[in-house]
Design a protein around this ligand. Structure first.
Ligand code: NAG
Ligand code: NAG
Ligand code: NAG
Ligand code: NAG
Length: 262
């Protein structure tokens, strides 16, 4: 991960302005979460997964967990819930996300095979793997995906982000051609520009869940910190020479396309 100095300067300015707009600085007003998960917005399994994670973390004795585990796996639908307390536990608990930091940054991904040119008379040509950006940007976690959409919506309302285009991957330079000289190693790379969002996640657990039985000190709210990446745009570029993913022993030399040197 690289952060350019210029970008750092820009983002600190943006940060200061964005946070001036957040209500957190007003002690009289409760801060509004950017994203909230409850039994009204998500299925009970999602809620019980979060509760289970907290239970695992805070419990003093693993044997105390068994009751909660059995319950969360039987909670696929409301009907199988054991009693009103358990129903209330899932319905009155919530998970809330708050933005705590924003950083403009880049991430680099491999976008082709690693290739070596063993033909002394011609240069070989390497290009990005077909559709590779979809593989790179693919999301596999529903909550993370929803969070990303919520963040893009939010950022689109910030005056400070008005010149930023999110998810701008329509016109990628897939036509880039990396020319490889004799015995040279080459790999196409994808530089993704993104906003790295640091979030505080508060799991607020209703008293009816009786988590104080797992740990007397537990006050009802579990706080941790998570990161979300909101994509802006990307570019392919040619990387010459060896790297952690490209060396002579794994490099492909077969089926290369060739070009006579100019
Ligand atoms: C989801 O993707 C991340 C990396 O992006 C990976 O670490 C994780 O194992 C994946 N999870 C699933 C369920 O495929
Ligand atoms: C990507 O987005 C950033 C922030 O808006 C911008 O500064 C940069 O020029 C963009 N890069 C490309 C390749 O579009
Ligand atoms: C070449 O790269 C592969 C894959 O990253 C790695 O497992 C291997 O150890 C590397 N070999 C050398 C000689 O660096
Ligand atoms: C609710 C519950 O099962 N509490 C138990 C948790 O573990 C401690 C120590 O093993 C027991 O004393 C509690 O009764």
């Amino acid at each position: 991960m690289r952060v350019h100095l210029f970008r750092l300067v820009v983002i600190f300015r943006v940060l200061a302005l964005v946070f001036a707009n957040l209500p957190s600085h007003n002690p009289l007003k409760e801060e509004i979460p950017i994203f909230k998960i409850t039994a009204k917005t998500h299925d009970r399994n999602t809620i019980s997964d979060f509760l289970q994670q907290v239970a695992n973390k805070i419990t003093n004795s693993p044997t105390n967990l068994s009751k909660f585990k059995a319950w969360s796996t039987s909670s696929n639908n409301g009907a199988s819930l054991n009693n009103d307390a358990e129903k209330q536990c899932l319905e009155d608990s919530s998970i809330k996300y708050y933005i705590r930091s924003l950083t403009l940054t880049d991430q680099i991904y491999d976008a082709s095979e690693c290739r070596i040119n063993m033909n002394p008379r011609m240069q070989s040509i390497i290009q990005p793997t077909y559709n590779v950006h979809n593989l790179i940007l693919r999301e596999n976690d529903t909550i993370q995906t929803q969070l990303k959409y919520v963040l893009v919506d939010e950022f689109n309302r910030y005056e400070q982000f008005k010149d930023y285009k999110f998810n701008d991957f329509e016109n990628l330079n897939y036509d880039i051609t990396c020319l490889i000289d004799y015995q040279q190693l080459m790999q196409v790379e994808f530089r993704e520009t993104l906003i790295e969002v640091g979030l505080e996640r508060r799991v607020e657990i209703d008293n009816s869940c009786e988590f104080n039985k797992l740990n007397l000190q537990f006050t009802g709210t579990a706080i941790d910190y998570v990161t979300s990446h909101v994509p802006l745009n990307g570019t392919f570029f040619c990387r010459k020479g060896r790297s952690s993913t490209c060396n002579r022993s794994i490099a492909e030399s077969k089926n290369a396309r060739y070009k006579l040197p100019d």
